[in-house]
Design a protein around this ligand. Structure first.
Ligand code: UD1
Length: 378
């Protein structure tokens, strides 16, 4: 009898969920694959984790490592310790990791130490900024992976330069866009615009959570001040990441009073804070925004497909295709530069930009085909 191919799939933090969802769906077409879903518990609350399983129709995890929040070292070490037992008991053929969070490198490292092959989805992206924890996670994960699935051409160039053998590297497109395409019609049914009393193309959306932007009180304050100016021009919706909320509360009273709390009367501030939104509500909010301001990686990609201008509040991007295509501008964190980019972008009419190669909704199908070909049961 043919043995099934056992693939252990890892999710840990919010941006992992939209990347794993299309793969879990695709496995269903192949009875010869036996997928196991492991949630490390890096993100654990309803708004950062649970609701995404429902919205994206991800099966309930087979294993939850429940590591929770801690310093980077403790979190990574705890994931490794707990995941080692999972690999030992399941003896999978393959461990598949996505993205660049601590869960990604922690599980990849455990797998290679235990002689299990590793597939990395979203390989090859580089910001060339080693201050970013994600950049370290990307470089290390790529160095130890057996199959590297690349989402944009820059990934191929970067991996070649790092000496990764070409036979390990596959340009397959973008699984995050698979999720977007699969869910856009459903997201249109969201009532989020009505609930927030917003008109299409008459508001902006802000997200901020990178340590470089939110862990330093001076930078965070400068950013929030320019956001207030923008919020006085156009409703600015700010779903606050827990890291950012915690820092705003920690830093000082002055910072706090510039912002409203979720549910409070927003007219006191130019910025309308809301709790982190679910996938479908956030997709709808982005799709009809006039402009999105963000330091997220995934949002740079999603706005490219939604054809909504994106201003990236960082000095670099690991996703240069979004800039080449014309939807994304890297504006840094200087308030004047941010405000003038906002004015320029909002003065423009409809944005015309192309679509990156292979961002067509079929990346997961390509990945699973390749994995099957490599691990074909005898
Ligand atoms: C992590 C990822 C980052 C990703 C981001 C998306 C790493 C190094 N960073 O950053 O790449 O873009 O997730 O959100 O892996 N918290 C909660 N509830 C949760 C999870 C976190 O309240 O469910 C709070 C905790 O106070 C925690 C803080 O958020 O200390 C930061 O969480 P953590 O997972 O350490 O990093 P993120 O900033 O979320």
């Amino acid at each position: 009898m043919k043995q099934k191919i056992q693939i252990v799939n890892i999710v840990g933090a919010r941006p992992n969920f939209m990347k794993i969802a299309p793969l879990m769906a695709e496995y269903k077409n192949y009875p010869e694959i036996s997928p196991i879903l492991v949630h490390t518990g890096q993100h654990y609350d309803e708004k950062m984790s649970h609701q995404f399983f429902d919205h994206l129709e991800i099966p309930k995890p087979d294993v939850n490592l429940e590591v929770g929040s801690a310093s980077s070292a403790v979190q990574t070490a705890e994931i490794m310790k707990r995941f080692e037992a999972v690999v030992a008991s399941h003896k999978p053929d393959l461990v598949l990791v996505v993205g660049d969070v601590n869960s990604t490198i922690a599980c990849a490292l455990v797998a290679v130490h235990m002689g299990v092959k590793v597939a990395h989805v979203e390989a090859g992206l580089r910001s060339f900024d080693r201050q970013m924890p994600e950049e370290i996670n990307r470089v290390l994960t790529d160095a130890i992976s057996d199959y590297l699935f690349v989402s944009e051409p820059s990934g191929l160039t970067n991996l070649t330069k790092e000496g990764i053998p070409a036979e390990k590297v596959f340009f397959v497109g973008n699984v995050m866009i698979d999720s977007l395409k699969r869910n856009l019609a459903k997201a249109e049914e969201s009532q989020v615009l009505r609930e927030l009393d917003l008109q299409e193309k008459c508001y902006a959306v802000l997200t901020l959570h990178r340590p470089s932007n939110v862990d330093d009180p001076i930078i965070l304050e400068q950013l929030l001040q320019v956001m207030q100016l923008i919020g006085n021009r156009i409703p600015l919706i700010f779903p606050i990441h827990p890291r950012t909320r915690k820092n705003i509360e920690k830093f000082n009273q002055k910072l706090r009073t510039t912002l409203n709390s979720p549910g409070e009367d927003f007219t006191k501030s130019g910025i309308r804070c809301v709790d982190p939104l679910g996938y479908l509500d956030f997709l709808k909010l982005m799709a009809h925004a006039k402009v999105v301001l963000t330091d997220s990686g995934g949002i740079q990609e999603e706005t490219t497909i939604l054809k909504v201008p994106c201003l990236t509040l960082r000095n670099n991007t690991e996703r240069p295709i979004t800039v080449e295509i014309g939807s994304n501008r890297i504006v840094g964190t200087d308030p004047k530069a941010i405000y003038s980019a906002f004015e320029e972008v909002t003065a423009l009419g409809t944005m015309h930009c192309g679509t990156p190669e292979l961002w067509d909704g079929s990346a997961a199908a390509r990945i699973v085909k390749i994995l099957l070909a490599k691990h074909n049961p005898a």
